[in-house]
Design a protein around this ligand. Structure first.
Ligand SMILES: C[S@@+](CC[C@H](N)C(=O)[O-])C[C@H]1O[C@@H](n2cnc3c(N)ncnc32)[C@H](O)[C@@H]1O
Length: 306
């Protein structure tokens, strides 16, 4: 009985009910609650203190502020009393006004954030805005057709590529990589074929693929010129080779990662594919932010339609 009476006393307050309804929508700081409810800061803090002490809410430090949220593990009597009070009060017009104030606060903070990061968004963290998620979104618009990934490694990118290809063949000369790649694809149910072979001697007939990819693998091969010639051979007319590799550099660190070539000059890559792709182009990508600031290079070589 005392627990029930205490729960009813705690909830028999309009401000506390408004706070609980607001926190049910989303976790909020004292400052946000003050704005939304139009109450004084000390009044809001006092109510939050009581609700927290009773075990109905808790808070998490966020910078110099604290963000309050409802507890999933509140004492059963208190939880039941709050559910009953919630039902009885939820149509109250004052709560509709609080909801509108909360929506206005969100809209304002959204505008504030957008204005603050304008011009520096590339340096800012925005939840979900990772290069990986962007790559998946862009892949959804890509049409790779029958795709060969040369130097596919352990299939870390197979899920991404398979989403854009009608057929994906992953090739790598390393037995360990191929075994790991096969296991990864089998586990995630990806329809990918694996072939253990070197890029210099592709075990495929001419014109077998619509797209050939070399993603940070050209610097590992023994004969890069031969690999690019083989890529041209297995491409169908109208197909495309995309090479992502490193621009020529002098960073000794590359040896630590097993590189056989310290990147490539743009004119060499273009010359090596010229026999079958006269209009091939290269694109320098921005240097990495961390030292020694490796810089990547894209080679895009289209095989003309017959
Ligand atoms: C850094 S990994 C890149 C893996 C994958 N493309 C990725 O981005 O996750 C480089 C790969 O090139 C492969 N490689 C080495 N020599 C090769 C060759 N001659 N032909 C094709 N791939 C080769 C290595 O076995 C290794 O798996």
């Amino acid at each position: 009985m005392p627990a029930c009476a205490a729960a009813l006393r705690l909830l028999a307050d309009e401000s506390r009910l408004r706070i609980l309804h607001a926190l049910e929508r989303e976790p909020l700081t004292v400052a946000e609650l003050t704005t939304v409810l139009g109450l004084g800061q000390s009044s809001v803090s006092g109510h939050l203190g009581k609700l927290k002490q009773a075990g109905l809410i808790h808070d998490v430090a966020e910078g110099s502020a604290h963000r309050y949220r409802l507890r999933d593990d509140a004492p059963p009597a208190l939880r039941a009393a709050w559910q009953a009070a919630r039902q009885l009060s939820r149509e109250d017009p004052v709560l509709a006004a609080d909801r509108a104030a909360l929506a206005a606060l969100r809209a304002q903070s959204s505008r504030d954030w957008v204005t603050r990061v304008a011009g520096s968004l590339h340096r800012e963290y925005a939840p979900g805005r990772t290069w990986e998620s962007v790559a998946y979104a862009v892949a959804a618009a890509a049409r790779l057709g029958r795709c060969l990934d040369v130097g596919a490694g352990d299939g870390a990118l197979a899920g991404l590529l398979a989403s854009a290809a009608s057929e994906l063949v992953c090739l790598d000369p390393s037995p360990a990589m191929v075994a790991a790649g096969r296991a990864r694809c089998a586990e995630s149910g990806l329809p990918v074929s694996w072939v253990e072979a070197a890029g210099e001697r592709l075990p495929f007939p001419a014109a077998r693929f619509d797209t050939v990819l070399l993603l940070q693998s050209l610097q590992y091969v023994e004969e890069p010129r031969q690999v690019l010639a083989e890529a041209g051979r297995v491409l169908a007319a109208g197909g495309r080779l995309i090479v992502l590799t490193l621009l020529a550099h002098r960073h000794a660190e590359a040896a630590r990662y097993g590189h056989r070539h310290f990147g490539f000059r743009e004119r060499d890559l273009a010359a090596w594919v010229r026999p079958w792709s006269p209009a091939a182009r290269t694109v320098r990508l921005p240097p990495e932010p961390r030292p020694p600031r490796f810089q990547s290079l894209l080679l895009i070589a289209d095989k003309p339609h017959a």
